[in-house]
Design a binder for this molecule. Structure first.
Ligand SMILES: *Cc1c(COP(=O)(O)O)cnc(C)c1O
Length: 221
């Protein structure tokens, strides 16, 4: 585990890409081992697991919520979450804004786009994204900061499919950046790439990759 982490870390550092270590299902001891090597960004996909682990680990860890998030659970992570990658509706964004306000925080959010062929994956399409960014309710939100886009490629062995999906997300990112965030450097992140496809993601312009099993070992779920 350790050597793989160092190798990935070095590769990503050279590419100026941030690593979110996805620790879901893994024990706090494994997370602490990585923390001791200097890793600070960790990702979880379930609110309860995330809050339980965060309570047992150092306060300077940066927690990323990467899984589907229900509105009624935002309040549990609002006090401390570093970034939410999985925002896929106006209603969810509004709830994050409301809970962030209670804690006098500004929470960084990524808008999750549906780029895969599978029906089951969450995320918005481009029309929904544009509608959100033009919405007056969104423009009035003071306690969220839209920092970029997130996407998950189709689960397939076809590398060209994966590459074209990542390339499409990067293209969309550039369009959105120049249209809605021209004078706002906050919009700068593209979160894409996991254990099986992170090298392609980096080649296609990812600024954040989310890697779990390659670092921590396979999950038995
Ligand atoms: C689990 C998960 C990952 C990491 O997956 P690995 O294949 O273990 O690297 C990345 N992103 C999301 C949204 C996940 O749920």
């Amino acid at each position: 585990m350790q050597d793989k982490y160092s190798e990935i870390h070095r590769f990503l550092q050279n590419a100026h890409v941030r690593l979110v270590a996805v620790s879901k299902t893994k024990p706090v001891e494994s997370i602490r081992q990585l923390y001791d090597k200097g890793q600070r960004d960790f990702g979880e996909n379930k609110v309860q697991e995330l809050t339980e682990k965060a309570a047992q680990l150092p306060a300077d860890m940066q927690w990323h919520m990467i899984g589907h998030l229900q509105k009624n659970k935002v309040k549990y992570i609002a006090p401390f979450i570093h970034m939410i990658h999985s925002v896929d509706s106006m209603a969810l964004l509004a709830e994050i804004n409301k809970q962030a306000m209670k804690h006098k925080r500004i929470i960084s959010c990524l808008l999750q786009m549906h780029i895969a062929k599978e029906e089951t994956k969450f995320g918005m399409n481009a029309a929904e994204l544009f509608a959100l960014l033009q919405d007056d309710n969104y423009k009035a939100m003071q306690n969220i900061q839209v920092a970029g886009l997130m996407g998950m490629a189709t689960l397939t062995d076809n590398l060209e499919t994966i590459r074209s999906e990542f390339r499409g997300l990067h293209q969309l990112f550039k369009t959105v950046q120049s249209t809605y965030f021209a004078d706002k450097p906050q919009f700068k992140e593209i979160s894409m790439g996991m254990s099986s496809d992170y090298i392609i993601a980096v080649e296609e312009g990812a600024t954040i990759v989310r890697i779990g099993s390659l670092i921590f070992g396979e999950r038995n779920v």
